[in-house]
Design a protein around this ligand. Sequence first.
Ligand code: LMR
Length: 398
Amino acid sequence: MFEHIEAFPGDPILSLNEDFQQDPRTNKVNLSIGIYFDDEGRLPVMKAVAEAEAALLSDMGPRPYLPMSGMAAYRQAVQALVFGEDCAARAEGRVATLQTLGGSGALRVGADFLKRYFPKAEMWISDPSWENHRVVFERAGFKVNTYPYYDPATGGLKFDAMLAAIEAIPQGDIVLLHACCHNPTGVDLNQDQWRQVIGVLKARKLLPFVDMAYQGFGSGLDDDAFAVRELARQNVPCLVANSFSKNFSLYGERCGGLSVVCQSADEASRVLGQLTGAVRANYSNPPTHGARVVARVLTTPALRANWEQELAAMCQRITRMRQAIHDHLREHVSGEKLSRYITQRGMFTYTGLSADQVDRLKNEHGVYVLRSGRMCVAGLNERNVGVVANAIGQVLKA
Ligand code: LMR
């Protein structure tokens, strides 16, 4: 029956992370997957999360199914964090928000919804983009195209080419944008560039789908949401996927949200209804635990303040590690190739290492980086940063 099933080629991120777990070398370093580790190399349990969980434990009670759209308190907390407290679209009930299985779940539910109601539209993603963007949208039946984004020569943005390409996208197509901390390059648009892109999206009647998986890891919770909030402020219909995997260090709880900004409350209620239908057809309803934790932290002022502080400290540690790898690499790398370790933002740096060099890093030094050259700088710490820089130096020399 299953003879014709071909082998799964693996996933460029998750399969490499699994290889890392199997690697018996004690000096191995995981800079592959987008996970924040602390300076001891451990996955942190945030104090605000632990406190919320302790409080919830004393109040566990029965666990019925959640509504298909998710927990109401969580959905409201998601909206406030993503769109801001003073968002008119929210106040007018024009934002439909669904609890999803992480950011990936939001992308997939959104993709299914879009394929059903915009069957002829094509998808446009940045070149490069998170590897799974293409997979999710192709599996949902979309043709996926790319627009220029990263400039390997400078380690920065090809903004003019990006804007020109978006101007040429056929009306009604869907444009995927990274709100902040672009994955995989760490290269973001500034606010002026966002305004220009939004102007083109509006003029061309394109549908933006914004992926915000790293809110809080760039320039703070509010600034990182600039693009999303500006789209809402300018009444541009759009979809927004957000995730609490990274900023709550709750990877395994699969906490995310999908929000759709609509033109009226009535439209938003119909959109939410159809998103809910897509959830029922896929997995019926989302799980309880992570959503309770996130909602409690976001809506309890003391926990919220602790969480924001801890998140800011995580970002500061990443900045220190960017500086540290930059300094250690000084003798091996020169010019712009070196400065991008500090100019790029968020968890990732696009190192410019070739797939061959990445393979050698892994095989000869136990240092895991994606074959695209993406390095998760949040996996660096005081003890491994010198070792990693040395390994890169040796690979570059060969
Ligand atoms: C990553 O890009 O490494 C993370 O978002 C994890 C994933 O699911 O790929």
